[in-house]
Design a protein around this ligand. Structure first.
Ligand code: GLA
Length: 706
């Protein structure tokens, strides 16, 4: 018996290996002491299923449960050669340890398979990652139905799941599900994930923002996926995540390999906020790739969509850019509507040239005007798509994903280009590259506005994963050719918000719903795994275009303040008063963004319809919170206890202007001038807040006083 372990700052993954079998997971949770006696460890092995079970000893919680091991649960690898070689059992397993990594190299000589599992946990972090690679070592093709990217074992007390569903405009909708027995599964087959963000959280019943043992697993993949949580006979919970594959989607020729996406996981004894902190830190450190090697301050953005839709008029857009610059906006993103023939959603996708009527002299004059005002210029594109009404489609009607004999099903009047064909990917790259070379375009908003339906390549084979890999490759190639370029992942807002595409992109358009009240829950779900500097959050018009709700500018701005802030309205329509209020919020965001975009997430459970969520600096000397009254409640909210502060430090608490909440004169003085209180008191007794009306918010800032 040998043990293998990975140790993070506060996390240990401990594996036990008998002979050269696949190691089993015995512990994934709080950091263990450096020295462990192997004799004692052997006693940890689970033997609860011996009676009336197999006479041969077997374990279920191995890193890649397969049928051949005697495991009776859903296998993490399902593959065969035309119905044979389907009982994988890896018996020649070597484990190689590196700095913060374990690499398992395994063979199944009977089914002629080779498997590699890569695990990583940085010594000074807590985000565990896992991925696997399968190779066909036989002489006949291997059909793969399933290959897990990540397999994680949770203790038996993890009996409540927090899962994500929802739909377009209502993404990251959180549901709590008790899981006493059996399996919970989430499968996604539509190529994007408005309704099934690829993640799961499980913990002790009643876990909350600030308490409870919780585990979170996320798949870094923007395509089809499958995640299961299955109760083992001894009560422990096995979470398996990976791609969901269509029949025939992966067939490995002899010698070929299949590589999974990366699965990410963290565990926390400090509830959901602790889990978010570990994810955010791991994502910042190990996943994101910023142009120039480091994140620069996130430019406040004007996105032109809701202020203009498809109507593009030079003078109006320049006036909007000028008004944007006046209020402190730093980046102007020209949204959909600029391309040839793009009068509405029926035409223009595929022809990435400016419309000759709207832009008779090309994009140059607008870009010059925008950059002349000191703003960066960004451009909306949807490179994976084509409208049948386009020059590209008329010349190459076979360039789309489609199975011969089946109807061509459009969605938003568009079809999906077959990026698996190198000449098509090349043609799209060339069009975008030409634009980027011709103009100072700092940013692309990369959209993808439809589901994949029966998406086959020219041979009729499912092309979902190969298309996505080609899209990733296109993003990577653009990034290499234009190293300063930043890219936003959009997909109708919130359709591709994962750590797979975020290896190539730098912002998520979180949701097409810009209603600040709806955004509170959307942003809450987003923040479980992804840090706020990636979260596109815009101040939109009132009444809101999606819901018709009216909100004060203060409420809309306070909700947008805590992400990568932007504006999504025509700023020339604002009154001078509103312009100065908005300018105040933007100035506040700029002052706070070094804190907001680098600090540690902290939140409180929802109480009396009030949510509290914010950021505390790593040294705990500065913090900011959004206190949002989401709905009325019969009970008054209790005093606000502020999480994450240093009890030994005194803080000046202020509500930085502008305020959205009615205060009494004494409160106004206190919140305006600031009130100095010890962290120990703020974190225990808390402070009384003014009674807040529904759909209003208060921003609180705390700064250490020496
Ligand atoms: C999607 C995006 C929007 C906007 C439109 C343009 O819905 O999410 O932000 O860009 O497309 O057509």
């Amino acid at each position: 018996m040998r043990s293998h372990r990975l140790d993070g700052r506060a996390t240990t993954l401990l594996l036990l290996q008998r002979g050269d079998e696949l190691p089993e997971i015995v512990h994934w949770g709080a950091r263990l002491p450096d020295r462990l006696e192997l004799d004692g460890l052997a006693a940890l092995r689970d033997r609860a299923t011996r009676h009336n079970g197999l006479d041969e000893d077997h374990v279920e919680a191995v890193l890649m449960p397969t049928l051949g091991t005697g495991a009776l649960r859903a296998p993490a690898l399902v593959a065969s050669r035309g119905g044979t070689d389907w009982t994988a059992d890896f018996t020649e397993v070597a484990v190689r340890a590196g700095a913060g990594t374990l690499r398992l190299v395994a063979r199944d000589p009977v089914a002629a398979l080779a498997l590699e599992i890569h695990l990583a946990l940085p010594a000074d972090g807590d985000l565990l990652s896992m991925r696997s690679v399968l190779r066909n070592e036989g002489v006949a093709p291997l059909q793969v139905e399933r290959l897990a990217a990540g397999v994680f074992l949770l203790p038996a007390e993890a009996d409540e799941l927090l899962v994500f569903d929802g739909h377009w405009g209502h993404e990251f909708a959180e549901r709590r599900i008790p899981l006493a027995s059996g399996t919970w599964a989430s499968e996604n087959r539509r190529g994007r994930s408005h309704d099934r963000f690829p993640a799961i959280i499980a913990g002790t019943t009643g876990f909350e923002e600030d308490r409870g043992l919780v585990h979170g697993v996320h798949l870094g993949w923007s395509g089809n996926h499958r995640t299961t949580a299955e109760r083992l006979e001894d009560g422990r919970l096995l979470v398996v995540t990976g791609e969901w594959l269509h029949p025939g989607e992966v067939e490995l020729a002899p010698g070929e390999t299949l590589e999974t996406p990366v699965a990410y996981a963290a565990t926390s004894l400090e509830g959901l906020s602790g889990l978010s902190r570990r994810f955010h830190e791991g994502v910042r450190r190990g996943v994101l790739r910023w142009p120039g090697g480091a994140m620069r301050p996130r430019p406040v953005t004007l996105n032109t969509w809701e202020g203009n839709y498809f109507t593009h008029e030079h003078d109006r857009l320049v006036a909007q850019a000028a008004a944007a610059a006046q209020v402190g906006i730093e980046r102007f993103v020209l949204d959909d509507g600029w391309m040839t023939g793009r009068r509405d959603a029926h035409a223009g996708l595929g022809d990435w040239r400016p419309d000759p009527v709207k832009y008779p002299d090309g994009l140059g004059p607008l870009i010059d005007a925008v950059t002349g005002l000191g703003l960066e210029f960004g451009l909306w594109v949807e490179p994976e798509m084509v409208n049948p009404d386009s020059d590209l489609y008329r010349a190459h009607p076979d360039a789309v994903l489609h199975v011969a004999g089946r109807p061509l099903r459009t969605s938003r009047h568009q079809l999906i280009l077959d990026l698996t064909r190198p000449e098509i990917a090349e043609a799209i790259f060339a069009q975008l590259d030409t634009l980027l070379r011709a103009h100072p375009i700092a940013y692309l908003k990369w959209d993808m506005n439809r589901d994949f339906v029966a998406a086959g390549d020219q041979g009729g084979r499912p092309a979902y994963r190969r298309h996505l890999l080609a899209a990733y490759a296109l993003l990577a190639r653009l990034g290499e050719a234009h190293p300063a370029l930043e890219i936003e992942t959009c997909a109708s807002g919130g359709g591709r918000p994962d750590l797979g595409i975020l290896r190539h992109t730098h912002r998520v358009w979180t949701s097409d719903c810009t209603d600040a009240l709806e955004r509170l829950s959307i942003q809450r779900g987003f923040s479980r795994f992804l840090p706020p500097e990636l979260m596109g959050a815009h101040v939109a018009a009132s009444p809101n275009h999606q819901t018709g709700r009216r909100h004060t500018l203060g409420f809309r701005a306070a909700v947008a303040l805590f992400g990568h802030m932007g504006v999504e309205l025509d700023p020339t329509t604002l009154s001078p008063d509103e312009q100065s209020v908005l300018a105040g919020w933007i100035a506040l965001h700029k002052r706070l963004r070094p804190l907001l975009h680098a600090g540690n997430h902290a939140a409180l459970p929802m109480q009396a319809g009030r949510s509290v969520r914010g950021v505390v600096a790593a040294d705990r000397r500065h913090a900011a919170f959004l206190v949002a009254q989401e709905r009325t409640d019969a009970h008054r909210a209790p005093p606000l206890v502020i999480p994450g502060l240093d009890p030994a430090v005194a803080y000046r608490l202020r509500a930085p202007q502008p305020l959205d909440v009615k205060l009494s004169p004494s409160q106004r003085r206190l919140f305006g001038e600031g009130l100095v209180l010890p962290g120990a008191l703020l974190g225990a007794a808390g402070i009384a807040l003014p009674e807040m009306q529904p759909e209003t918010a208060l921003v609180l800032e705390l700064a250490a006083v020496d």
